[in-house]
Design a protein. Structure first.
Length: 221
């Protein structure tokens, strides 16, 4: 296997433990319509997918009298409110992993399905903006995850052979996007009930630490 010269990370659920914000924002918005969204169903079905795609599916699921655009807007404003009011927690070993790549001189990039304003706010709030050479968000592409456009854009900007890049993702949507772009994808998923969601990844690990230990053992970083 080739040496890793670029590490690309997803954001929500991979580096930052933010899925509960996204879920709770949907719950708050759907309360207005008397609709209840089950957490386990949300995680298995909607986690990691851009809001407009989820909005369309949720409108169909609950037969809601609202447009996809309006529901997306309401959901994202609610998510912004919840994030600003709460402490943001990192996923296990997230900072240690970013530090490891930085110490090894391997450039780090961020590719996320969240909108740029939310991502930039969280990057500044958590203090991790300094790690990334660039960030590609849903706002920067026409077709976000699971479409490969975000990762294809990253590949073009990084300007290295694909075999020298590795992606870290945690959802079916993210894995599908990375693999469709022809990239090696390591899935970080500690929940045994969700491992089947990321079975298309090249390898699945319980934590970022396990993933980096694997790469070090293979002599790739």
């Amino acid at each position: 296997m080739a040496e890793i010269k670029a590490a690309i990370f997803d954001f929500d659920g991979t580096l930052v433990d933010s899925e509960h914000y996204h879920y709770n924002s949907w719950v708050e918005v759907l309360n207005d319509y008397g609709a209840e969204l089950d957490y386990d169903f949300y995680i298995k079905t909607y986690a990691g997918t851009p809001s407009p795609i989820n909005a369309k599916a949720i409108i169909e699921q609950f037969d809601l009298p609202i447009s996809r655009e309006d529901l997306t807007y309401k959901r994202e404003r609610m998510a912004e409110k919840l994030v600003k009011e709460s402490e943001v927690e990192f996923m296990p070993y997230a900072i240690e992993t970013l530090d490891l790549f930085k110490e090894k001189g391997i450039p780090i990039y961020l590719v996320t399905g969240s909108p740029r304003n939310n991502v930039e706010f969280l990057l500044e709030k958590t203090g991790i903006a300094k790690y990334f050479k660039f960030t590609i968000t849903r706002t920067d592409v026409k077709n976000s995850k699971p479409d490969p456009e975000s990762y294809l854009t990253a590949i073009e900007k990084i300007n290295l052979p694909k075999e020298n890049m590795v992606v870290f993702e945690d959802t079916r949507t993210g894995v599908a996007s990375a693999k469709a772009a022809g990239l090696e994808c390591l899935a970080i998923q500690g929940n045994p009930n969700l491992k089947d969601n990321v079975k298309a990844a090249d390898k699945i690990f319980d934590s970022l630490r396990e993933a980096t230990q694997y790469l070090e053992k293979e002599g790739r970083i």
